[in-house]
Design a protein around this ligand. Structure first.
Ligand code: G4P
Length: 528
């Protein structure tokens, strides 16, 4: 076993996902409160426009009140060292969510009890299910009028295709929300409201306790007893293997705002979720307990601090221990280097760190050498972690700078934003045009691009929407693309590695291209 076994066993690394406004930021803050990292909760409260939550970095997020980019932070809870990976709360950024999930060992899905699974975020949750990692569900806002808890579970099961196991059960809702019933320990945990700024006072009471009526009211008691009978008869058995395979989601009820149910969730979550898991590499599975350091890049973000024009690259450590002064080997760049200013967000502050272990996420200053999916490891080894898939863009636009003198900034801005993985850029060969074609997975990314080019690179752009919806890479390396027989609304483009691609307005056109060009091989994914 590893010399770092104790440190690694303490680690829990999870992503938190929700639709906007379900309460992800509030819940994260309450985790910090219960971990003792902050003394008073409530800094997230206030009007959306002037709110500055700890994980909201970008101006556009603050303005629109949506979480566009994801951030990472670490805090301690009891003996555990927890890394939370925040994710964008909008389906248009589901690719970013997927990349973040690649760096996590489990996910916590926050659902608004009054709304259930919302239309616009089904895609986001499906992305989570696609990753096959354990998914824990926190049904939030039970202090408001909520949907029937049985209906909520049905909805999660039917719409997301995952079974559920309620670990606890709400007692009442709205003003009558009194606490939760713990189905494993078979007792109730009732809470006393205190405004939510401090940890809430909880009392654990047995079902047969005579104080029960006094604590939760006789009507709530009767309803609870009926629900327990139904649940015990109808719900799935708890099966930790099914949880680990991402097939069964443990469900918790609570209210992040009032702190009801936050601590019971944390307690069970750290027991049920795993310490860092092994990862697949070119040399097979690498155990986190392998003494040699290794990590992969899952996220790059430029200009987090506008004054410094910095570019931070985030890596998930997969094995061993990272030491601030250590030399590492960047596999894709084939270079030894020292990682510059390795840092973590500890609760609310960015801090330079001296050491980190498997399971941790570190951010490093990056002069532009890393790409998403890259591996760094101890010198002397040469492993490459499994790549992170790119989602095929579904929306396309042609963009150019308004002011021709700003060409340099325009190229720099679009290239850097594309390197972060937020957009994909293409150009039109044979046309002699300097315009750029941008492909995105969700249309909101166009707005983010426009905003960032203006604010970070001082470039105004003109954007013209294009009718294309499908993209295919041309696999044949020796083909003369100019001689292809294509329908008039199919376009040939090139990516930044000069690979040729075709963009189409319909699936019919894809079939047409394949039928008219014998031997043409098209692929949905970029294999480079
Ligand atoms: P998000 O990160 O998922 O987008 O959600 P966030 O935590 O920002 O919460 C969105 C809104 O929901 C906030 O209200 C927040 O106070 C509220 N909220 C979060 N958890 C709970 C809960 O358990 N119960 C209730 N009743 N509300 C909750 P807001 O309108 O943005 O601000 P404010 O009016 O509270 O100041």
């Amino acid at each position: 076993m590893s010399k770092y076994e104790n440190e690694i066993n303490k680690r829990r690394t999870f992503a938190i996902i929700s639709h906007p406004d379900a309460g992800k930021t509030t819940l994260t803050e309450k985790f910090l409160l219960y971990g003792g990292a902050i003394a008073l909760a409530g800094s997230v409260k206030g009007k959306k426009s002037d709110r500055h939550a700890v994980s909201d970095w970008m101006e556009i997020e603050k303005q629109r009140g949506i979480s566009v980019t994801s951030s990472v932070m670490q805090f301690n809870y009891k003996d555990c060292c927890i890394n939370i990976l925040d994710t964008p709360g909008h389906q248009d950024f589901s690719e970013d969510t997927y990349r973040t999930l690649m760096a996590a060992d489990s996910a916590v899905m926050v659902i608004d009890a009054a709304k259930g699974v919302e239309n616009q975020t089904r895609k986001l949750f499906k992305v989570c299910v696609m990753r096959h990692i354990p998914i824990f569900t926190f049904i939030n806002k039970m202090d408001r009028e909520a949907k029937n808890p049985f209906d909520l579970l049905d909805q999660i099961e039917n719409e997301l295709g995952i079974k559920t196991f309620p670990v606890n059960w709400p007692i009442g809702c709205g003003r009558e929300f009194k606490g939760v019933y713990d189905r494993m320990k078979r007792h109730i945990v009732s809470f006393k409201a205190n405004g939510g700024h401090h940890a809430v006072e909880a009392s654990e009471v047995d079902l047969s306790d005579e104080k029960l009526d006094e604590l939760i009211g006789s009507e709530n008691r009767q309803n609870l007893f009926d629900d327990i009978e139904l649940l015990d008869g109808a719900s799935y058995e708890f099966d930790i293997d099914a949880v680990n395979r991402g097939e069964l989601s443990p469900v918790f009820f609570g209210s992040a705002l009032t702190n009801f149910g936050v601590e019971p969730f944390l307690e069970d979550f750290i027991k049920m979720t795993t310490p860092p898991l092994p990862r697949m590499s070119s040399e097979g599975e690498i155990s986190p307990y392998d003494d040699d350091f290794s990590a992969f890049v899952f996220k790059i973000q430029a200009n987090m601090n506008k004054a410094h024009r910095d570019r931070l690259t985030f890596m998930r450590i997969c094995s061993g221990r990272f030491d601030r002064d250590m030399e590492v080997y960047h596999v894709q760049g084939d270079k030894k280097l020292r990682l510059s200013q390795p840092q973590q967000i500890m609760a609310q502050e960015r801090e330079i760190i001296n050491e980190a272990y498997a399971g941790d996420i570190i951010g490093v200053f990056d002069p532009g050498i890393f790409s998403i999916g890259d591996t760094v490891c101890a010198p002397g080894r040469k492993i490459a972690y499994e790549g992170i898939p790119t989602f095929a863009p579904e929306h396309f636009a042609r963009i150019r700078q308004k002011d021709t003198l700003k060409r340099k900034q325009f190229v720099k801005g679009t290239t850097q934003i594309a390197q972060e993985g937020a957009i994909q850029i293409f150009h039109e060969p044979f046309s002699g045009m300097e315009e750029v074609i941008v492909g995105v997975v969700g249309v909101l990314q166009f707005e983010v691009l426009e905003y960032r080019l203006k604010n970070e690179y001082n470039v105004d752009i003109i954007r013209e929407g294009l009718p294309y919806q499908y993209i295919r890479w041309i696999e044949n390396k020796d083909i003369d693309v100019k001689s292809l027989n294509l329908s008039s609304d199919t376009k040939i483009v090139q990516d930044f590695k000069d690979n040729y691609l075709l963009i189409f307005t319909s699936e019919w056109n894809i079939r047409w291209a394949l039928e008219k060009n014998e031997g043409l091989i098209l692929s949905e994914f970029n294999r480079d």
